[in-house]
Design a protein around this ligand. Structure first.
Ligand SMILES: Nc1ncnc2c1ncn2[C@@H]1O[C@H](COP(=O)(O)OP(=O)(O)O)[C@@H](O)[C@H]1O
Ligand SMILES: [Mg+2]
Length: 277
């Protein structure tokens, strides 16, 4: 296990811009030969070990003493009321924000962690280019082989093949989010972080995104996502991480969380009584 220390990307925090994050990834420097699929080595950057993670701003403790281990397998869904620290935790795990306490460490070879994970935000920021060009962009940054074929396959996965030549910014909200997923999936990450990916989508678009997420999970991508939609959490989660007031109160299999939550806060949250941390 080694800590992944990436300098905080201020512009990313300001703009919530997913592609800025992609641009911040170091160029692909494979140990096994230029252009190979990073996952082809059979090594994974999981488990992810988080110890004593904390984040303070101006004396205010926003996240406190989060310790957990994430293993390969079914999606991990991070739940909790507004302001609980869900988005912040995802950003800390992904290395976009540096913790003020504790550490995040990945398994695998040196240098793999940063390029074998991806993140999709609530509102995707797309390049002012075609749909296909948006998917090709991170592949080019990664120096991946077979870029065109991989991009075409990723668009097929999300059902956007027919729109490949359209300007990306003309797509509907749901299509844009599917494109963001294609862009992330094209690099075949071990871990994909999703922060409220359906928060601004209608039910049909939400179902489409859920289908893609389930497909990626079935293909072996570890999904770590936040959502405020309990129905979605029930449909997708293998396990639940429950945050409240910047603290981790539960980390349990989904059936246990929804059936018999251990904390009073989670029980109250599930009854719809706890809306803000
Ligand atoms: N970089 C930051 N600087 C200052 N405050 C922050 C920062 N990131 C998050 N916060 C605050 O921390 C709390 C948790 O935020 P967030 O992770 O977005 O919650 P959630 O996603 O669970 O709704 C909020 O009160 C938010 O305003
Ligand atoms: Mg959030």
């Amino acid at each position: 296990m080694r800590p992944l220390m990436r300098a905080p990307d201020v512009s990313e925090l300001r703009r919530n811009a997913e592609f800025v994050m992609a641009a911040a990834q170091p160029p692909h420097q494979p140990c096994t030969g230029q252009g190979q699929d990073p996952s082809a080595s059979g090594v994974t950057i999981l488990p992810l070990a988080v110890r004593g993670l904390g984040f303070n701003v101006g004396g205010l403790r926003i996240l406190s003493d989060v310790t957990l281990t994430l293993l390969p397998g079914a999606p991990t869904v991070i739940l909790g009321p507004n302001g609980a620290g869900k988005s912040l935790l995802l950003r800390l795990l992904h290395g976009l924000v540096e913790p003020t306490a504790g550490e995040v460490s990945w398994a695998g070879r040196e240098g793999d962690a940063a390029r074998r994970q991806a993140m999709v935000f609530q509102r995707p920021v797309l390049l002012r280019r075609s749909v296909l060009a948006n998917v090709l962009y991170p592949l080019r940054l990664a120096g991946a082989a077979d870029r065109e074929a991989r991009a075409v396959a990723a668009l097929d996965l999300v059902g956007l093949t027919a729109l490949a030549d359209r300007p990306a910014r003309r797509l509907s909200g749901g299509e844009q989010q599917r494109l963001a997923l294609a862009r992330a999936a094209a690099t075949n990450p071990d871990v994909l972080f999703l922060d409220e990916p359906c928060a601004s989508l209608d039910p049909a678009a939400t179902r489409a995104v859920e289908g893609i997420v389930a497909t990626l999970a079935a293909r072996g991508t570890k999904i770590v996502m936040t959502t405020h939609d309990l129905g979605q959490a029930r449909r997708l989660a293998g396990e639940v991480v429950f945050l409240h007031g910047g603290r981790l109160l539960e980390h349990t299999p989904a059936a246990q969380f929804f059936g018999a939550p251990a904390s009073a806060e989670a029980a109250s949250f599930l009854r719809g009584e706890l809306l803000a941390a």
